[in-house]
Design a protein around this ligand. Structure first.
Ligand code: PLP
Length: 395
């Protein structure tokens, strides 16, 4: 058999320290490696495989579209793109969509849109306020928006026009707002930066502030959108409406696609101002349409909310049992478990040996983001494995 890790190190740039498993197949919440070992997948492609691996509805939509029309360019009308846009608009507070191929690309477009808005309505204001410990993507501008030094420092000088302030601190945001500000960009719950849930009134206060100042609220729902937190979009839980919202991860159930959504009042692009070769191609849009339609028609959000609570309570139980667990946080099926020491790597390996995939968020923190279709039995299995592994490490 091929030594895949060795071939990988020969041919692929070393941008990630991979978990020593080569995955070859997936079905629902389960994946298999090249030795035939099976794992319960609580990473879900980083909150991407919303309906689980190779969901039959998504697979059928991809196969059908692949036989019909894959790509023609955005000079022409294509039906899957229009149908997906209609579905997203009719089920959100936003009015218009632009499709991209990834999250970072959607956020880039959102910032361009906000800058056009600033040129039209805010005297050329161009600055975006984002937050520390956020994550908005890996392009140069999104690195500037991402308030984490480890992503920024290797690439200075960064594009200008981004200001980072403390998350869940409305006063910091107010202080940073100037005549140059055109928008605020936030995750409703910070994902990569730690699964940080803001204070209950924070998002409402930000929304109110943006309205008062005439600046745009951009919600980055790339990780939280499409049911992850138990509602189709996270903003629904906070009683606010963004002017611009970006989506990606769970939207295509594994097929690369991103989206910028905006209220009519913020949809200021005119022909030629933004574009994409692959964005909104029929293949990706057919996969995303099948995904979102299934989420809506089968009350997947209700499942997330119920199973998410069940998982949260199970993790709380582990916290009471093991004093090394210092925090359990998150919403829906985006949860983190923090420890009083740097054992996340050791725990991850232990879980791997017992057939559970988890994500190491920080040296002392694990993140759980299983497919949205998991049930209580899957959660029991994961909790049992975690329990065994933690007890094996701390006694
Ligand atoms: C993953 C993520 C991104 C970046 O998406 P890519 O598809 O990797 O470019 C941006 N924002 C948030 C909140 C994310 O979780």
């Amino acid at each position: 058999m091929n030594d895949w890790p060795q071939l990988e190190s020969k041919y692929i740039m070393h941008t990630v320290n991979r978990v020593p498993v080569t995955l070859v197949r997936g079905e629902g919440a389960r994946v298999w490696d090249d030795n035939g070992s099976k794992y319960l997948d609580f990473v879900g492609g980083w909150a991407v495989t919303s309906l689980g691996h190779c969901h039959p509805v998504v697979t059928a939509a991809i196969a059908e579209q692949a036989r019909t029309l894959i790509q023609v360019s955005n000079q022409f009308y294509t039906i899957p793109q229009i149908k997906l846009a209609e579905l997203l608009v009719e089920n959100s507070c936003l009015d218009k969509v632009f499709f991209s191929n990834s999250g970072a690309e959607a956020n880039e477009g959102a910032v361009k849109l906000a800058r056009r808005y600033g040129q039209h309505y805010r005297n050329g204001a161009y600055e975006i306020i984002s937050t520390f410990s956020s994550f908005h993507g890996r392009t140069l501008s999104m690195v500037a928006a991402t308030g984490q030094p480890k992503f920024q420092q290797p690439y200075i000088p960064l594009p200008e026009g981004f200001v980072n302030v403390e998350y869940s601190n409305i006063e910091a945001m107010k202080k940073a707002t100037t005549d140059k500000t055109c928008a605020v960009m936030l995750e409703p719950v910070q994902g990569e930066g730690g699964v940080n849930v803001p204070d209950d009134d924070y998002l409402a206060a930000v929304s109110e502030w943006c309205k008062r100042k005439g600046i745009l609220l951009i919600l980055d729902e790339i990780q939280t959108g499409i049911g992850r937190l138990g509602t189709l979009f996270a903003y629904e839980q906070y009683g606010i409406e963004p002017d611009i919202m970006t989506l990606a991860k769970g939207l295509g159930c594994g097929v690369p696609i991103g989206a910028i959504m905006a209220k009519d009042s913020a949809s200021v692009f005119v022909p030629g101002e933004h574009g994409s070769t692959f964005g909104g191609n029929p293949l990706a849009c057919a996969a995303a349409y099948a995904t979102v339609k299934f989420v809506l028609d089968n009350d997947i959000c209700g499942n997330v909310s119920r199973v998410g609570k069940y998982l949260f309570h199970g993790l709380e139980g582990l916290r009471r049992k093991y004093s090394c667990i210092t925090d359990v946080r998150g919403r829906g099926l985006l949860l983190a478990v923090e420890f009083d020491r740097d054992i996340a790597g050791t725990l991850l390996s232990g879980c791997l040996d017992r057939g559970l995939l988890v994500n190491q968020l920080k040296p002392n923190t694990l993140r759980l983001m299983p497919p949205l279709i998991v049930d209580n039995a899957d959660v029991d299995e994961a909790l049992g494995i975690l329990d065994g592994v933690i007890s094996g490490i701390v006694g």
